[in-house]
Design a protein around this ligand. Structure first.
Ligand code: CO
Ligand code: CO
Ligand code: CO
Length: 328
């Protein structure tokens, strides 16, 4: 679906026709879903990557928060997790790995889930993440394919963490800013996911590598709708805007911009640097929630009252021109 060429490798595999399959390869979503009974469906997801921050404990937290997020994005509860570790054991102190795993476990416990085990291999490049299993009532599952005309869209975390991570690597960001951004990336989407279950939510995804516009486009295409994004209403870290203005952006941002350009129209008055931030890849971003328009203000109020202060209503779902994104 996205700008990942490796996804082409799964083309041509035999189709999965098991009637218990609810979400799988044929319906790209945040996680796979499999029906166990009329009351329980399993949610399964796996995510791991190379360090995006220097501090090993923080990296562990962020990688785990990101892996757990895909369960929240399906409307489910994480139950169990397994470590995935690639580690250069001959070159790197094992104490670093211990800190990474400790960061991950703290997030697993915060999610109310249990670490069952994992697998590690020796590798020249350090990588860490989790395979996570969650559960949801099959009727309460929320896909990325149910957005309806008239819905409004809420985003629960500010954009710009990819841009600022790039600035941190280039030693252009203060330590304070680096810590702020790490805090956003390490934050679980648990509270937002819990609150949204009380509302008529039609579609959810989490904003990660494809950026806000890419994940919005995926939602629009899978739902057969179009989406308006109000650029000025999107929560953005102010420093990220400033770096984008200076052209300091990660390569992934431009890959996203080019890949999704055919389905995105941007109004003339929207500044380029702001449009760029909307394509910023987020390592562990917020939830993008599409819900009945008349309920959006109430959910937003509850999110803000529960500490998710940057949450904002950022757009709406329209009927016309299926699968398109308008940035206005
Ligand atoms: Co996701
Ligand atoms: Co994921
Ligand atoms: Co093993």
């Amino acid at each position: 679906m996205g700008p990942g060429d490796l996804d082409k490798a799964i083309c041509g595999l035999p189709p999965m026709t098991d009637p218990r399959l609810i979400r799988g390869l044929e319906s790209p979503d945040d996680a796979g879903v499999y029906r166990i009974s009329d009351e329980v469906a399993l949610i399964q997801t796996v995510d791991f990557f190379t360090p995006i921050v220097d501090d090993p404990y923080t990296f562990g937290q962020i990688a785990a928060a990101n892996a757990l997020s895909d369960v929240y994005a399906m409307g489910g509860q994480p139950l169990t997790a397994m470590n995935i570790v690639c580690f250069p054991v001959k070159e790197m102190d094992i104490a670093i790995l211990r800190e990474i795993l400790r960061g991950g476990v703290d997030k697993i416990l915060e999610a109310g889930a249990v670490l069952l085990g994992g697998h590690s291999v020796e590798d020249s490049e350090l990588k860490y993440g989790l395979a996570v299993t969650g559960a949801v009532h099959p009727d309460k599952m929320i896909t990325n394919a149910g957005a309806k005309p008239g819905d409004r869209l809420i985003l629960t975390k500010p954009l710009g963490t990819g841009i600022i991570s790039t600035a941190v690597k280039a030693e252009m960001a203060t330590e304070e800013l680096a810590a702020t951004v790490a805090g956003y990336m390490a934050a679980l989407n648990r509270v937002a996911a819990g609150l949204m279950t009380g509302f008529e939510v039609h579609a959810v995804t989490d904003v990660t590598g494809f950026g806000l516009l890419g994940h919005s486009a995926e939602m629009a295409q899978n739902s057969g709708v179009s989406i308006n994004i109000h650029a000025a209403a999107v929560p953005v870290l102010p420093e990220a805007l400033e770096f984008a203005r200076q052209g300091l952006c990660p390569a992934g941002l431009f890959r996203n911009r080019d890949f999704f350009a055919p389905v995105v129209t941007t109004r003339d008055g929207v500044p380029d640097y702001l449009a760029d931030v909307l394509n910023d890849p987020q390592t562990s971003g917020g939830l993008l929630i599409s819900l009945a328009g008349d309920q959006a203000a109430t959910l937003l109020e509850q999110l803000q009252q529960n500490g998710i202060k940057e949450a904002a209503i950022i757009g709406e779902v329209t009927a016309s021109g299926a699968g398109r994104i308008q940035v206005i």
